[in-house]
Design a protein around this ligand. Structure first.
Ligand code: ATP
Ligand code: MN
Length: 440
């Protein structure tokens, strides 16, 4: 049982054993890590994990490799062979009676994840905590969410493109910009690729990307990262109604895909899938004023007016009242960024909406129709105390062949948080970045 060079076909994965892919009595060869270990002095019970699952293996004192099995430490990497046995008592329903066992990398016995399971400690040893079953499951859901987004856009005629990370102007307001010295000039990290996406629709028509966005969020909420993954799209010749349909279809597609591909992981996370089965477009459309009423009716202390913005707390009260995603539409102009198109039928309000996840989760998408008229865009900049000089190239997009267009930004990490039903958004990320965390 030598370790193979390169990628060997001679190893099975644990998942294939757990799913009944090998007859009882047949011998499988595995590579993985020691997950748990206990010994009675005569028998060693270990669980071994690999990327696909965890299985119990048993070694006996009469086995030639007994010494290795007796002295192996947690998280050691191992190569083994064992006979498949069905066993209802074993986690996963199968067990391997070891026929060969070799330690490849003996782990230092001081593996730092043992007694202290505090949030802070697990973040300090994030590079090792990624090996947990929880993180393994979340990261696989995350993988499926990314795949589903690409699949949806590509199947529906969108071109994938990219935007710059160094930029000179804010999309989403100055207070959350990360400022940096760009060879003596001031530049910022991108908060959103939207302006660049708008430029691209004049050549690609329908465009999307998934990229990091950076926001200096000083609020400590369970839904804000300073570096998050942003799926954004922009569509030419598309109005507010049209873009809401895209949002609904995309969310429906993502959830369906995760339900198909990640049954086991959702089980590991103890996620009740009933609310996810319920995610089928169309979603309820709630006018902004109605949303305010629904919050006040549930929680009079919030005492919101028809000018109030909805933050995490307000959205929690609102989104707890829904059992599928929904859209809040027609926010007042002053609550949204300057580029949102005012509703011609009611110019104090925008053709913009947020898509909120149910079960209390709140905003996962912000989007709407953009102002397409040059003069109106410039007026709106003045209203927001912005200098039109800072937005010259953006204004050019209206000067040269303007079209009605709409788009949105989806927070990928927020979607993962909701689908996995996690308390905090940092648990959706392998290496989360927040105000108090840039290590490891
Ligand atoms: P919020 O009001 O919750 O701070 P926002 O209105 O600033 O969000 P948008 O500018 O509309 O957010 O960004 C589009 C999407 O990007 C949001 O719907 C959300 O899903 C996601 N998003 C925004 N900021 C963050 C963040 N700091 N961390 C994670 N996701 C974010
Ligand atoms: Mn928003």
């Amino acid at each position: 049982m030598e370790q193979q060079q390169g990628v060997s076909q001679d190893f099975q994965d644990i998942g294939s054993v757990l799913s009944g892919g090998h007859a009882e009595g047949s011998v499988v060869r595995l590579r993985g890590w020691v997950h748990r270990w206990r010994s009675s002095g005569k028998v060693v019970f270990m669980t071994i994990r690999d990327p696909s699952g965890v299985i119990q293996v048993v070694a006996r004192a009469t086995d030639p490799f007994w010494k290795a099995a007796e002295s192996v430490t947690r998280e050691s990497s191992v190569i083994l062979e064992g006979k498949v046995r069905k066993d209802e008592r074993a986690p996963g329903g199968y067990e391997l009676a070891l026929t060969a066992f070799k330690v490849h990398g003996l782990a230092d016995p001081a593996f730092p994840i043992a007694k202290d399971l505090s949030i802070r400690h697990l973040l300090n040893v994030r590079h090792l905590w990624l090996r947990s079953r929880k993180m393994n499951a979340v990261l696989k859901v995350r993988h499926s969410v990314f795949g589903a987004i690409h699949e949806y856009f590509r199947k529906n005629g969108f071109y994938e493109s990219t935007g710059p990370m160094f930029v000179t102007a804010a999309c989403e307001g100055g207070s959350t910009l990360f400022k940096l010295n760009y060879f003596g000039k001031t530049a910022y990290l991108s908060q959103s690729a939207q302006f660049y996406n708008e430029a691209l629709i004049f050549t690609l028509g329908k465009q999307y990307l998934i990229a990091p966005s950076f926001r200096a969020e000083k609020s400590k909420t369970p839904r804000h990262l300073t570096e998050f993954w942003h799926a954004e799209c922009e569509v030419a010749w598309c109005d507010f109604e049209g873009i809401m349909k895209v949002e609904e279809d995309l969310i429906t597609h993502i959830v369906r895909k995760v339900l198909e591909e990640r049954k086991e992981e959702l089980k590991t996370l103890k996620r009740d899938t009933a609310p996810l089965e319920n995610v089928v477009a169309p979603f309820p459309r709630i006018p902004y004023e109605r949303a305010i009423d629904l919050i006040n009716e549930r929680n009079a202390k919030m005492a919101l007016t028809y000018e109030s913005d909805l933050g995490a707390d307000e959205e929690f009260v609102l989104a707890s009242q829904f059992d599928k995603p929904f859209l809040v539409t027609g926010y007042p102009v002053k609550l949204k960024a300057f580029y949102h198109k005012p509703d011609p039928a009611r110019p104090t309000h925008t053709l913009a909406g947020d898509l909120l996840a149910p079960e209390g989760y709140g905003e996962i998408i912000g989007g709407g129709q953009r102002i397409e008229d040059t003069a109106q865009l410039q007026e709106q900049m003045k209203l927001f105390d912005l200098n039109p000089k800072d937005y010259e190239w953006y204004t050019d997009l209206r000067r040269y062949g303007t079209v009605p267009h709409s788009g949105f930004g989806l927070g990928v990490d927020r979607v993962v948080r909701w689908i996995c039903k996690l308390k905090h958004i940092r648990d959706t990320m392998p290496f989360p970045r927040t105000m108090t965390r840039v290590y490891p």
